[in-house]
Design a protein around this ligand. Structure first.
Ligand code: ZN
Length: 204
């Protein structure tokens, strides 16, 4: 493994979030997808190996974080883009890293998922984090459609303790509210899927 000291401070911060207390309680299943701290640790190790690059969000970007599979990034590299000012006290930014790292997890496994299923798992991961940070309810960001999704995800996360399996009725509630978000393409194309190409580990 390459020397982790070569990681940028921003990449180190992301690895800290993915391997420490922030993801410790994340352990659930949505359909066939398993989201767990072990898998977040795997994402961190891909970052440490340089297989997933961590880059700074361009100044003025509205979203707090983004994940790009290698096929969707100009560098042809799996890329996690995060806010430069990322710190532990910025709960919303940390939760967004957890959301996007869930997509990295899906990419590592080369999953082909309905968009709403891929998003549902990422939103629940975010909500578990809020729940274990003792938020009485999901924090509001002002993005009405996203806030509605995280509200349902938080309901589900807070009704469960430890490892849990998301029930079929809750899966449906989540899919429904995700499809109301204008950002998601499955809205207009019910057959649209996320086809994650996978993450190559570079030779060293
Ligand atoms: Zn997402």
């Amino acid at each position: 493994m390459p020397n982790p000291a070569k990681l940028s401070p921003l990449a180190k911060q992301v690895c800290y979030i993915l391997t420490g207390g922030d993801t410790a309680y994340c352990n659930f299943r949505f359909g066939t997808q398993l989201v767990s701290q072990t898998k977040f640790q795997e994402v961190a190790s891909y970052i440490s190996m340089g297989a997933i690059q961590v880059t700074e969000m361009p100044f003025g970007t509205v979203t707090a974080a983004e994940y790009y599979p290698c096929t969707a990034h100009p560098d042809k590299k799996a890329t996690l883009q995060v806010k430069a000012s990322l710190n532990q006290a910025d709960y919303i930014a940390v939760s967004n890293v957890i959301h996007e790292a869930t997509h990295a997890m899906q990419d590592i496994q080369r999953l082909i998922l309905a968009q709403e299923d891929a998003e549902a798992a990422a939103y629940v991961a975010q909500a578990v984090y809020f729940h274990y940070r003792r938020f009485p309810e999901a924090p509001v960001t002002g993005d009405f459609a996203a806030d509605n999704i995280i509200k349902v995800a938080f309901d589900i996360a807070s009704a469960n303790v430890g490892g849990f399996l998301i029930e079929a009725a809750d899966e449906e509630r989540l899919r429904k509210v995700i499809l109301k978000h204008p950002h998601y393409r499955s809205n207009i194309d019910p057959f649209f899927k996320y086809r994650f190409p996978g993450v190559a580990i570079p030779p060293y």
